[in-house]
Ligand binder design. Structure first.
Ligand SMILES: Nc1nc2c(c(=O)[nH]1)N[C@H]1C(S)=C(S)[C@@H](COP(=O)(O)OP(=O)(O)OC[C@H]3O[C@@H](n4cnc5c(=O)[nH]c(N)nc54)[C@H](O)[C@@H]3O)O[C@H]1N2
Ligand SMILES: Nc1nc2c(c(=O)[nH]1)N[C@H]1C(S)=C(S)[C@@H](COP(=O)(O)OP(=O)(O)OC[C@H]3O[C@@H](n4cnc5c(=O)[nH]c(N)nc54)[C@H](O)[C@@H]3O)O[C@H]1N2
Ligand code: SF4
Ligand SMILES: [Mo]
Length: 669
């Protein structure tokens, strides 16, 4: 094991990808974790959850050896098994399933887990591709935003977060850096200290929005009309940059005519804000240069989400805000910043097998035919906590005729429903190659400690399964070294990155570290132009930029949104927090229902019911209640969490889960 302190990087699903320093005692046990200085963003500080990650690594509920179910499903009765026995059971079951029903009867269910190239794609993908398994359409997150970004810009990185310091106006739109990307806060602070202005667009108020010059507290799902009214005002009031539109875009006329129905008054009425607030936005935005928009993922998770992201992405183009440092926008910097695609380099071309939308897990297990799903293999994911229709997901996972395998670090509620549970390493127990999706940095980090118990990394597990199912091929990169080499050999930039990593321990994209958009970096579309009205998106959305009305009704009038919690990453770390989590409800809505702060309440719709406590709070707006994502059963009074009342309905683009479209009723009792 390496000598203390050990440098590594945080691969959790967070845009910041922090540089870490881990101190170990003589027994090789973690004694301290702190922020490193190799990343300009980390700058020596990290979030509390990762500072305390030893609590998770050494948690009582760590899975330390394979477990095989003994009692009925969901009873929690397991016996300890050897890896040999567990792997034999899993590989034999898969083999028998395939010969009986074909490869597509196997469904790998996976999301982020640890976001590194070695742990996220790699041998797992190779295994399931070669098996001919059904494929998992990864739509829990960033699917609508990704589709919009790809349609409009192809692959184009955004303004680097470091450059926000130079902006004179920062718009934070449906993103909450107070929880979801804390390293943007000091950067915004420095810009504000220089006299920059801040606009926040979010139904909730946070410590950041309270410091903003303007806070648009829109109703969830109404960003689209707001953005379209802003675009319309640019055109109608001679603030549109016609030269930029002519030189660098296509589809401007179609966008203009579609947006034209949205006056400031009409958009404000739809969004539940005042026309004066949209006017203030226009005033601040048209005057400021450089102006940058940080778009978050709160915008995409509703029926209008993809169109809304596209309309927001059009704002800097129509207003002519690109072409200067810190001018434009940022969404995800993941794939677009790096010329190398690690997953493609290690795996192989994706087969054309059946693609199943992970956000609809419950109905897939219920209705998939020819073949139906007989083996569900979950890794890097905790669907009972994070997937819509929680009651349906639980019921399906408990079916005796579906063989469920879960590879996990801790005993999640998903693992507790499995037939076979396999112990997984945490990111401190395996090597990974990590690159940020917010911060433009890459790290190659070795294992810091020995695996806990008999935990194995994803690649150890799937390497073994490839061998047992005779799916290995000569020349495959199999070891971590071979895979890292294959990744760097897949693109000319690989050499530069590899040598940067060797000398500095951290690498930045050779071309796009701090891009100036439309000056040194252009859209990744074939004509290098921005497509403001891509036909493919128009078809997919059934009318791009066409607003769909609020799904609420008299029975279920309140919008329930489930944003990120500062103390967890989705459901990760949730087992360490035991306190009941309250639903935030605005005083007006509480009063109407006779609810006082601290009351026990019911939150329900046709899908099910959650029981928890009420927090009467002005952090949310009237008509909107808030229960964070990723909660565990022990955080509420009846074991149900937000996904109990969230349907499998999708956003308009990318097959994205529409988490924030849940409409509910709330009552005391
Ligand atoms: N601490 C912590 N950090 C995380 C995560 C975590 O769970 N915990 N999760 C990580 C992951 S997986 C992701 S995807 C990102 C998510 O990061 P964010 O983009 O911050 O996502 P959310 O927290 O879902 O929502 C952001 C904000 O959007 C608001 N919002 C909800 N609906 C709407 C709407 O219709 N319009 C507008 N304008 N705003 C809306 C919410 O109130 C919230 O304040 O963060 C990552 N970072
Ligand atoms: N209600 C509601 N639900 C949501 C959202 C929302 O806004 N509202 N947002 C969604 C978003 S943004 C996201 S990204 C998804 C996230 O959905 P998930 O990916 O299911 O989220 P996590 O809770 O992070 O679960 C990852 C699991 O993988 C395990 N893991 C970590 N590393 C490894 C590894 O190396 N190997 C293996 N085998 N396991 C590993 C962790 O222990 C953890 O249990 O949730 C979505 N769920
Ligand atoms: S979760 Fe985010 S803020 Fe916390 S250490 Fe990891 S990258 Fe940094
Ligand atoms: Mo996410």
């Amino acid at each position: 094991m390496p000598r203390s302190p050990v440098h590594t990087a945080c691969p959790l699903d967070c845009p910041d990808t922090c540089d870490l320093e881990v101190e170990l005692n003589d027994e090789g046990r973690i004694t301290r974790v702190k922020g490193g200085t190799r990343s300009p963003i980390t700058d020596g500080f990290i979030c509390t959850k990762v500072r305390n990650i030893a609590d998770l690594v050494y948690a009582d509920n760590r899975i330390t050896h394979p477990l095989v179910r003994t009692g009925p499903k969901g009873s929690g009765s397991y016996r300890r098994a050897t890896w040999e026995e567990a792997l034999l059971l899993v590989s034999t079951t898969i083999r028998n399933t395939i010969s009986r029903s074909g490869g597509e009867a196997v469904f790998p269910y996976h999301y982020g887990g640890s976001n590194g190239w070695l742990s996220e794609g790699a041998l797992a993908r190779r295994f399931f591709y070669r098996l001919g398994a059904s494929r998992c359409d990864r739509t829990l997150c960033a699917a609508a935003a990704g589709a919009a970004a790809k349609g409009l810009y192809g692959k184009m990185p955004g303004v680097s977060l470091e450059d926000y310091e130079h902006a004179n106006l920062i718009v934070v739109w449906g993103f909450n850096p107070v929880a979801s990307g804390i390293h943007l806060i000091p950067i915004i602070d420095r810009a504000l200290a220089r006299g920059a202005k801040l606009i926040v667009v979010d139904p909730r108020s946070t410590s950041l929005s309270r410091r903003a010059s303007l806070h648009l507290r829109v109703r969830p799902g109404t960003d689209l009309p707001v953005a379209l009214s802003i675009l319309t005002a640019f055109w109608e009031r001679d603030h549109a940059d016609l030269t930029f539109l002519e030189n660098h875009t296509t589809g401007a006329e179609q966008l203009r005519s579609t947006a034209a129905e949205w006056s400031v008054e009409k958009a404000a009425a739809t969004a539940g804000i005042t026309p004066e607030q949209i006017e203030s936005f226009l005033e601040l935005y048209t005057k400021a240069t450089p102006a940058v928009i940080r778009i978050g993922w709160g915008v995409e998770r509703n029926r209008n989400g993809g169109s809304a992201i596209a309309a927001i992405m059009a704002i800097p183009a129509v207003a002519g805000k690109f072409g200067v440092r810190a001018g434009g926008l940022t969404m995800s910097n993941g794939d677009a910043s790096w010329s190398i695609n690690g997953n493609a380099a290690i795996a192989e071309p994706e087969p054309k097998t059946r693609l199943l939308n992970m956000s609809q897990l419950s109905s897939i297990l219920q209705t998939a035919k020819n073949p139906g799903i007989e083996v569900l293999f979950v890794y890097n994911a905790n669907p009972v906590a994070t997937t819509p229709n929680q009651i349906g997901v639980r019921a399906q996972l408990q079916r005796e005729d579906i063989f469920v395998v879960v590879h996990e670090q801790v005993m999640t509620e998903t693992a507790a429903l499995a037939d076979v549970i396999l112990p997984a390493t945490t990111f401190l127990e395996h090597r990974d190659l990590r690159r940020g999706y917010g911060v433009n940095r890459m790290y190659d980090s070795a294992a810091v400690i020995k695996p806990i118990g008999e935990a194995r990394s994803n690649n150890q597990l799937f390497g073994e399964l490839l061998r047992r199912l005779d799916l290995e091929r000569p020349g495959d990169p199999n070891t971590d070294d071979e895979m890292v080499d294959a990744i760097f050999a897949s693109h000319p930039d690989g050499k530069v990155l590899k040598s940067q990593l060797q000398t500095e321990g951290v690498a930045a994209p050779p071309r796009t570290r701090n891009p100036v958009l439309f000056k040194d970096t252009f859209p990744g579309t074939p004509d290098q132009k921005m497509h403001l009205f891509p036909e493919s998106l128009d078809l997919e959305a059934g009318g791009l930029y066409r607003y769909k009305a609020d799904p609420g009704d008299a029975d279920y009038p309140l919008a329930l949104i489930s944003p990120a919690l500062a103390k967890q990453i989705s459901s990760t770390f949730g087992s360490l927090r035991r306190k009941t989590v309250a639903l935030h409800i605005h005083a007006d809505d509480a009063r109407e229902r006779g609810i006082a702060d601290g009351d026990e309440i019911r939150i329900w719709n046709t899908l099910g019911e959650i029981r928890t406590l009420a927090r009467v709070s002005d952090e949310t707006r009237p008509g909107v209640v808030v229960l964070p994502k990723g909660l565990w059963g022990h955080h509420t009074k009846n074991g149900n969490t937000a996904n109990t009342v969230i349907s499998e309905g999708l956003a308009d683009l990318g097959g994205q889960a529409a988490f924030n479209d849940a409409r509910v009723q709330v009552a005391r009792g």
